[in-house]
Design a protein around this ligand. Sequence first.
Ligand SMILES: *Cc1c(COP(=O)(O)O)cnc(C)c1O
Length: 419
Amino acid sequence: MELMTLPDSASRKDFIVENGKSYASSFIEEKLKEHLRSYNSDTCENGEESFFVADMGEVYRQFLRWRRHLGKVQPFYAVKCNPDKEVLRLLALLGTGFDCSSRGEIEQVLSIGLDPSRIIFANPCKPPSHLRYARRKGVGKLTFDSADELYKIKKIFADAELVLRIVTEDSSSVCPFSHKFGAPLKSTRRLLEIARELELNVVGVSFHVGSGATDPQVFVQAVQDSRAVFNQALDLGFSPNLLDIGGGFSGESFDAMSQILSEALNTYFSGDIQLIAEPGRYFVSSAFILASNIIARRDVVNEGGHKDYMLYMSDGVYGSFMDCLLSHWRREPRILTSACDKSSSAAINYSIWGPTCDGVDRIIENASFHTLLDIGDWLYFQDMGAYTICLSTSFNGFTCDRRICYVSSEPAASAMLTY
Ligand SMILES: *Cc1c(COP(=O)(O)O)cnc(C)c1O
């Protein structure tokens, strides 16, 4: 697969215009409306189903931003975050690697023509049949965090390149992982000794600070801990040359985070070490916008004697909003189209619910608008690219297939797309 040559000029900043609204977000809003106009949602079957607009230009800008701020670290995109085929293709052309966690993800990434050396199989607890598949396909970089995984690897894939995943202090992250994965520092020496006895090849160390990390100090500590484990490995006669700093980056905090991280990497890992990362959310979150239709409404009289409204949308926590359930991620609704053309002087309060008959299917507890929203109106939500589509279910008979309308606010990225 041929890689793109990139200009260095495009940046998020270029898209901010005077009135505070970025060019990219006006562009997307227009695309959402254009998509709505392209069919009549009153007569078309399933016309109220929610749909995404995916701006590949945003993925592209995030890539350039990564290169500017963390250029020494090669990103391996975490496929689980959003295995969209256009996202995978674009990132592959830009030259990223891929973090896969299962046979299915490896198959998907290989099917776009990627060389297996650009994949890390970063699930520390791999099903044996998936491990056999990785060996057959030549996907040789694997993570582990326990002795039993080493015994399994010895039996199935003894010449793999192994990366020891260590635990991090991730309690300030939106989705912590350390209660499930990562070797505690007091066990790393023993694990390395076992690897030595089994004549396995340990090539590096990895960690993951949890998804939606908020505290840069956690990264610094993890880099420092990795150094200590590198030294243990050197001590035992391994020649570690790979540090994998995992994922957890978000668009909002990336610039500050990457600055502190770079300093820590310079301090602890100067020299000839391959640095990689496994960002997921960072690349896709802001690239996908979801539009959803109001399918029902109920009024409730509040304590002041005024009416509040419960809005029922065509999408909910069993669909694209599962992360509201899993991590209490707050979502901001915006109005895309409304039949009501005059705004009310007082704010009107709403709660917003999904379409299923389950009581937990609530997306937003309170939102307010100066518009009286009604059945048939459309709302939209930004930052819907990470852990949305891939977590959708068809619970209660509601479909989880969403139309995705691909666009690009960056000409250079448009040229790469297949739609
Ligand atoms: C989920 C996951 C990632 C991606 O995390 P983000 O927070 O989306 O960046 C990276 N590596 C591993 C091993 C993961 O499980």
